[in-house]
Design a protein around this ligand. Structure first.
Ligand code: AMP
Length: 180
């Protein structure tokens, strides 16, 4: 029997999550995190991108990252959602260090919450890396090619300003088989 698409959760807003991992079986970390995002209260996982492989920022002496993007429809506030993301990071063994670009089992960034702009000690929206990071923009484009960014630019146009050198989209089947 064909599956009916999930109706959009009433009074929900779209929230875009950037996922990244470069420790302890990154592909599995990302898959586990996607399951956990799908299980969040008052939230639906609308779609997610393929996994992408990227070179680490800053400190190059660490393994490559696996990145992905997920689109949620949520009734949670941005702060409630951020707290849930941090809970998932902790559940997956995230060790917090003072080092800015340290290797990590799981990093979940709230990239966008609808078109909100927020600048507080706890939360910056859009996420500060949104406009410049290829490993954020290309997976986001795969999820939502028609997205208009809060700066008024279509994501499709903005992408042309950011090189995808060093970023590799992984075949989902290969990724599921445990590569890299
Ligand atoms: P990170 O090292 O990238 O995991 O940064 C985590 C810190 O960034 C936390 O203290 C968050 O409160 C803060 N933060 C600010 N804005 C965001 C955002 N849009 N998404 C995730 N964390 C954020």
């Amino acid at each position: 029997m064909p599956r009916l698409p999930n109706p959009i959760l009433k009074d929900s807003v779209p929230a875009y999550i950037g996922l990244g991992s470069n420790l302890h079986h990154p592909i599995q970390q990302i898959q586990q995190a996607l399951h956990r995002l799908a299980d969040l209260p008052h939230t639906q996982l609308h779609c997610h991108s393929s996994p992408y492989q990227s070179q680490p920022l800053g400190n190059l002496d660490q393994p490559d990252y696996i990145n992905a993007c997920a689109v949620l429809h949520t009734q949670l506030s941005p702060y409630q959602l951020l707290a849930q993301l941090q809970l998932i990071e902790n559940q997956q063994g995230r060790q917090r260090t003072a080092e800015k670009w340290a290797a990590r089992t799981l990093d979940l960034d709230l990239l966008l919450y609808a078109q909100f702009t927020i600048q507080t000690a706890q939360l910056t929206l859009p996420h500060p890396g949104l406009y410049t990071r290829h490993f954020v923009l290309y997976p986001l484009y795969e999820c939502q090619p028609e997205l208009i960014l809060p700066n008024g630019q279509p994501l499709r146009t903005w992408l042309t300003t950011v090189s995808h050198d060093g970023l590799t989209r992984l075949n989902r089947v290969e990724a599921l088989a445990g590569k890299p």
